[in-house]
Design a protein around this ligand. Structure first.
Ligand code: AMP
Ligand code: FE
Ligand code: FE
Ligand code: ZN
Length: 294
């Protein structure tokens, strides 16, 4: 990819706020994005649009461009599938009803995870987790932060490895949309569905990922997140190749979470990412072509 030569004209389309498991509020994210010279951002919280809505409101009096966004978990057997949705109508009734269903499933799951940790002999209560979450939606990274604070584990990563990862001893499943339903929800809210960080699908090889992409494109997928801190250059090249072959948009973002992922910095990831504004123009073109075309 031809990278933008300086940070002005760069973007970050994958950011978490305190509305989900990020540690900065939408307002703090906007300030940090301006300080870092970013031109456009999208807050893509897990299963909630509250942070995105707040950022859009704030952007009306700012020269930073803010796109609406969401990151929704979809059911995928072998790994983790996250569907990003850009330029969705945030007040879409079906989107909001579906998110409420997902959020109530999350709430029940958090209590079960805490019970499992208590059964494993760890002194942890819901109130301390709620406190760490700062009032937004609670997720496993908040529970991980409490485990670190209590000295039960050394790091957030080891909290996942030891307890919280899929099939770990304190893992609890929850309601997830099918990939097709996640894509349809984004499309009918007027948005552009983009497969987030494809490496977490844990597909076996390029052909295996290609089969998944073809299926997803058949139900309306429009793009893939190519530029991402954990994507090494050979992976990035493979994702670019697949996106070109299948006419998928290319997007990029850091998955900034603040304190929950302190090694990832806004706009630049581990330090060397520069995602050009051109990708936002492509996204806008895609939306202008209409997204209700499945
Ligand atoms: P949940 O939304 O409750 O299912 O938790 C998923 C979140 O946990 C995602 O935001 C991931 O970024 C985060 N996560 C998963 N594995 C790890 C890890 N090893 N270290 C830090 N965060 C993680
Ligand atoms: Fe997260
Ligand atoms: Fe994700
Ligand atoms: Zn994310």
């Amino acid at each position: 990819m031809e990278l933008a030569s300086q940070s002005s004209g760069c973007i970050d389309l994958h950011i978490h706020s305190t509305a989900s498991d990020g540690s900065l509020s939408p307002s703090e994210i906007i300030d940090a994005a301006k300080t870092n010279g970013l031109r456009a951002i999208a807050i893509t919280d897990h299963d909630t649009v509250e942070g995105s809505a707040e950022a859009l409101r704030l952007s009306q009096v700012s020269d930073l461009e803010v796109l609406s966004g969401i990151e929704i978990s979809a059911d995928f057997p072998s790994g983790t599938m996250h569907m990003l949705g850009y330029m969705i109508r945030l007040d879409d009734p079906f989107l909001n009803q579906t998110l409420e269903k997902v959020q109530s499933s999350r709430a029940g799951r958090n209590l079960k995870i805490i019970e499992k940790l208590q059964d494993a002999g760890i002194d942890i209560g819901f109130d301390e987790v709620a406190e760490v979450s700062g009032g937004g939606q609670i997720g496993r990274p908040h529970i991980a932060q409490v485990l670190v604070k209590k000295g039960a584990v050394q790091s957030i990563d080891s909290a996942f490895v030891k307890f919280l990862k899929k099939d770990g001893p304190a893992y609890v499943t929850r309601f997830r949309l099918s990939p097709a339903d996640a894509i349809q929800m984004i499309l009918q809210a007027g948005g552009v569905p983009v497969l987030g960080h494809p490496f977490t699908l844990h597909t076996k090889n390029e052909a295996d990922l290609e089969r998944v992409l073809v299926d997803l494109k058949g139900v309306g997928l429009r793009g893939m997140e190519i530029y991402y801190p954990d994507h090494r250059p050979d992976r990035t090249a493979m994702y670019e190749r697949l996106a070109r072959r299948h006419g998928l948009l290319m997007t990029g973002g850091t998955d900034f979470h603040g304190a929950a992922k302190p090694w990832v910095h806004l706009g630049i990831g581990a330090g060397d990412m520069r995602i050009p504004y051109r990708l936002v123009e492509e996204l806008k073109k895609c939306r202008a072509l209409g997204t209700n075309l499945t």
